[in-house]
Write a protein that binds this ligand. Structure first.
Ligand code: NAD
Ligand code: DAU
Length: 339
């Protein structure tokens, strides 16, 4: 690997990956390719803006000409695809963009990557492709049973990756991460939304009874998992990246409020998400066998995350206007009976 294309890396996890790769592999050129949707934010890449081995190109992974041009311009040999519409609630309100990016975009990237003769293609996927797991742990060979338009679009993207591996012999690897949290996460997802709203003493709209279980993974551990799968994963295989830390939403939110010194009474139980999956849980043994291990405990990672949002209000206050407020109202005004 020498010239790697990291798509969708102006977003939350992709930017953490780009910052990590630029520092860890100075001999790689890291080219970020991102459409800069509402979730793409160049502030996330400011820490590496001046690095010699970092480049940024704006573009859509579903735009064949743009993809072809960037592959050629930088003589790309490796693609790591983070680009996606990533928020389940938005996929319920407006699913079109999910099919465009998470299915068609993945196909275009694969097809142009194949024609260009790239080496490894790593697709960043999610535990949501397994669907609702009532007990036990999902392993990589389990069936796909996606329940939301987001999860179904990610499953569709994965199947296209499989097809290009089987049909054309492309060198592909898939990672399936669990619920990721940390600095620079767009404040529509549970933790950054609730931390930033709690800082303003606003009500926290917890869906249903709040007893849904998610497997909470610190973003730095997600990034090292992708690095291990990229360099040591076997072609054609998928690897779970699990937080191995299953907790109910209400427990996570209470722990966050305790760290902020805010009252639990900010929590408001509101109308549930449609088709809300009750539980995700994965086994990470296959990735651990490649040498991966988590570097942080949940309490430490949660504290680091809360501290980051407290100290970086400049970052999230800029986001909370315009398109963000339109979405917030659409999603929460009726539920909370306010703004
Ligand atoms: P995000 O929403 O923060 O960022 C997505 C990025 O993709 C943005 O920068 C956006 O501008 C870009 N993008 C969207 N459509 C694009 C297109 N057509 N062409 C180019 N760029 C485009 O997402 P995230 O939370 O960082 O998730 C990154 C990846 O990880 C996604 O593939 C997601 O499915 C997956 N994932 C996320 C989590 C999680 O908990 N956040 C867990 C597992 C897997
Ligand atoms: O599991 C991996 C997935 O995790 C990723 O593939 C997705 O990209 C990512 O968005 C995340 O999906 P979730 O739907 O689990 O994350 P979200 O932060 O939206 O919600 C986490 C839980 O909190 C979920 O059970 C719904 C609940 N929730 C969320 C929001 C935004 C609430 O109760 N209230 C809210 O306002």
């Amino acid at each position: 690997m020498k010239n790697i294309l990291v798509t969708g890396a102006a977003g939350f996890i992709g930017s953490a990956f780009a910052r990590y790769m630029v520092a860890k592999y100075p001999h790689y050129t890291v080219v970020v390719f991102d459409k800069l949707t509402y979730a793409g934010n160049l502030d996330n890449l400011l820490p590496i803006d001046d690095e010699d081995n970092y480049r940024f190109e704006r573009g859509d992974i579903a735009d064949r000409e743009a993809v072809r041009a960037v592959l050629k311009k930088y003589d790309i040999d490796t693609i790591i695809n983070f680009a996606a519409e990533s928020h389940v609630d938005r996929s319920i309100l407006a699913p079109d963009a999910f099919v465009h990016t998470d299915v068609v975009g993945v196909y275009i990237l694969l097809d142009e990557g194949h024609k260009h003769g790239i080496g490894r293609f790593l697709q960043v996927s999610t535990d949501e492709v397994y669907g609702d797991i009532h007990s036990g742990l999902s392993v990589e060979g389990d069936n796909f049973l996606p329940n939301s338009p987001y999860a179904a679009s990610k499953a569709g993207g994965e199947l296209m990756v499989r097809a290009y591996h089987i049909t054309h012999g492309m060198d592909t690897v898939i990672t399936r991460g669990s619920n990721t949290f940390g600095p620079y996460q767009y404040p529509e997802k549970l933790l950054p939304l609730f931390i930033t709203e709690a800082l303003d003493d606003r009500p926290l709209p917890l869906y249903g009874d709040g007893k849904q279980v998610r497997d909470w993974l610190f973003v730095e551990d997600h990034v090292t998992g992708i690095d291990v799968a990229l360099h040591h994963g076997q072609s054609g295989e998928a690897y779970n990246i699990a937080g191995e830390n299953q907790q109910t939403n209400i427990d996570v939110v209470r722990a966050m409020l305790d760290l902020l010194g805010k009252p639990h009474s900010l929590i408001k139980h509101v109308e549930d998400r449609k088709g809300h999956d009750r539980r995700y849980a994965m086994d990470a043994a296959k990735l651990r066998a490649l040498g991966w291990q988590r570097g942080s405990s949940f309490p430490e990672a949660l504290k680091a995350t809360v501290d980051w949002y407290v100290q970086n209000a400049w970052w999230w206050r800029k986001i909370k206007s315009g398109e963000y407020m339109d979405y917030y109202k659409r999603q929460y005004a009726d539920r909370l009976g306010d703004r």
